[in-house]
Design a protein around this ligand. Structure first.
Ligand code: GLN
Length: 305
């Protein structure tokens, strides 16, 4: 299959869609991006890469970081983690408070904000002040890139405007589902959201999920095979919030989006993909990114279905 040619076709075919959508501005620093930017990277298990567009450009990974924190927490706590965060799609926006009250402070899944705040709390219980450096080291390892860091301005902007996330963490604290100081946890959560990466680095960082939990080129096991299966299935069912069904319907791959405009997707036993385009659909997922991945699975027949 000529993946480079497929990427070139996709880049042409998404042009009409670049007009649509809106960049996230509820975190003001996130709105300072080139709105028509587009990048897409594919990396196969053998390390062969295909790239198009601004694939070196760093952007805020936002909720894609939830995959990394959940992976670390699952590795530490195993099934016990599900006592504090579920594994069902929420059918609600990523920052919704309503369901959390009904369900007594137990978030539906680790890929909505409340769920990711709980997984970050489990990491703070273990790593204390060293939690963010641990998350960052983990990302450096899985992406094979030592230069990755977070963006101070985006971090500060999230801290200043994170009213909903503060409401979520306080509600969960009231239900005894947050063990640590809420400021310590929310600061770590915002820092992980503010990590900057490009599509090449993000695609590479997902390869262990395409390879039963093991980084292909180093053979290092990150999680067990059953755990990799769970992470992928949660990405499929919950990775796009209340548009997860729509993403499965149109794309048909485990994936995770972030309001920075990135989406990662996993083709089991074959490759990992990352696409970037900052304008979002109503549910907060990259509009062009979703379209590009739909075109990819249509052209290649690489959907899991
Ligand atoms: N930092 C963002 C928030 O907490 C992450 C949301 C997202 O990417 N969906 O609102």
């Amino acid at each position: 299959m000529n993946y480079q040619k497929i990427l070139e076709e996709i880049k042409e075919e998404i042009i009409p869609f670049l007009k649509k959508g809106k960049v996230a501005d509820y975190i003001p620093a996130l709105a300072k991006v080139e709105v028509d930017d587009f990048a897409m990277s594919i990396i196969k298990l053998d390390g062969t890469e295909y790239n198009i567009g601004s694939c070196q450009k760093l952007f805020s990974i936002q909720s894609i970081s939830k995959v990394f924190s959940f992976t670390l927490s699952l590795d530490l706590y195993g099934k016990d983690l599900y006592k504090r965060v579920g594994h069902e799609p929420s059918g609600n926006p990523f920052n919704s408070l309503i369901q959390l009250e009904y369900e007594k402070g137990i978030p539906r899944n680790p890929f909505i904000n409340a769920g990711a705040i709980v997984t970050t709390d489990t990491l703070v219980s273990k790593y204390k002040q060293n939690t963010f450096p641990t998350i960052l080291e983990f990302i450096k390892k899985v992406s094979g890139c030592q230069t990755i860091n977070f963006d101070q301005d985006i971090y500060k902007s999230e801290l200043e405007h994170g009213y909903r996330n503060l409401a979520l963490i306080n509600m969960m604290k009231s239900f005894n589902n947050i063990e640590n100081n809420t400021n310590d946890v929310i600061e770590t959560y915002f820092k992980q959201c503010s990590i900057m990466m490009n599509t090449k680095q993000l695609a590479k960082s997902m390869l262990f999920l395409a390879n039963h939990g093991t980084i292909p080129n180093t053979n290092e096991a990150i999680v067990t095979e059953p755990q990799a299966k769970r992470i992928n299935s949660l990405m499929l069912t919950c990775g796009h919030y209340d548009a997860s069904g729509d993403f499965a319907f149109h794309v048909g791959l485990p994936g995770k989006s972030g309001v920075g405009g990135g989406i990662v997707a996993v083709v089991p036993q074959k490759m990992a993909i990352c696409v970037y385009s900052p304008k979002l659909n109503k549910q907060g997922n990259s509009l062009v990114g979703t379209k590009a991945l739909e075109l990819f699975t249509t052209k290649t027949n690489l959907s899991i279905f």
